[in-house]
Design a protein around this ligand. Structure first.
Ligand code: 523
Length: 135
């Protein structure tokens, strides 16, 4: 049996706000917001993959912190984990996404309510809504 593809996503935090990225593809999720990230490549740790992905996608250097609680397995062949991250250099720009935005807990809750998040990220969003409210 082949191992599932592991995807890492970043809960990029700055004080009481978190960064969201708007997907541009595929069509089923284009326009929806996600925690940015991507597939772990062979020989990489999840932390290394997140640093690389956020450099490629946001043009920033991050330090990686603790994982979020939810491990998401939408299919047998895909597993997603998210980790907290903070920007140590650079200002994020949308290299591969349609747009970026910083949200506080209230704005994140509104996006969830409006169905504007990619479905796989909803558990992380709920965890971060609670955390952002008390930061
Ligand atoms: N997700 C997902 N949520 C989320 C990310 C970063 C990824 O549900 N926050 C899913 C979407 C895809 C798979 O994980 O099914 C891979 O994500 P993708 O396409 O962002 O990974 P990349 O950038 O490594 O892949 P390519 O665009 O194919 O290079």
């Amino acid at each position: 049996m082949t191992e599932p593809v592991l995807v890492v996503a970043g809960a990029v935090l700055d004080g009481h706000r978190m960064l969201l990225a708007q997907r541009d593809y595929p069509e089923a999720v284009a326009g929806l917001w996600e925690l940015p990230g991507g597939k772990v490549e062979s020989g990489e740790s999840p932390d290394q993959a997140l640093v690389r992905e956020l450099c490629e996608e946001l043009d920033v250097e991050v330090s990686v912190g603790a994982a979020l609680r939810d491990v998401v397995s939408p299919t047998d062949s895909l597993t997603l984990v998210a980790m907290r991250a903070e920007i140590v250099s650079g200002t994020p720009r949308a290299v591969e996404h349609r747009a970026l935005r910083w949200v506080d807990g209230t704005e994140l809750a509104h996006l969830v309510r409006d169905g504007a998040l990619v479905p796989n990220d909803l558990g992380w969003a709920h965890e971060m809504i609670a955390e952002l409210q008390v930061r």
